[in-house]
Write a protein that binds this ligand. Structure first.
Ligand SMILES: [Zn+2]
Length: 105
């Protein structure tokens, strides 16, 4: 089942905007979280599982800052994101539909 995701979400009262940013391909980067600008950018030039993973990963960074005093390491964020991707895709049978996410200018 595909779930259409919105281009804004709230974490701890912070309204975070999501977009697809082709510039991330230059640096071979899956995602970028501008934590204190409330912006998450996702590289669109990757397979759909990698887009979903990048969003979960960047959201985990925001959760880490807002709720965990930024105590989680990059490896812990990476592991949690992979586990959540498997839970969402394999157990719940959900993939994200990106059609409402704008392309960054
Ligand atoms: Zn990261």
């Amino acid at each position: 089942m595909k779930i259409t995701i919105d281009n804004t979400m709230e974490i701890g009262g912070h309204k975070i905007e999501i977009d697809l940013d082709p510039k991330l391909s230059r640096d071979n980067n899956g995602g970028l979280n501008e934590l204190y600008q409330n912006k998450i950018h996702i590289n669109p030039d990757r397979p759909s599982d990698m887009l979903d993973l990048a969003l979960i990963h960047e959201v985990a960074h925001s959760i880490n800052v807002v709720y965990c005093q930024n105590n989680l390491s990059e490896d812990e964020i990476r592991g949690m994101a992979e586990g959540m991707l498997q839970f969402i895709r394999s157990y719940l049978g959900i993939e994200f539909c990106w059609e409402n996410i704008p392309i960054s200018k």
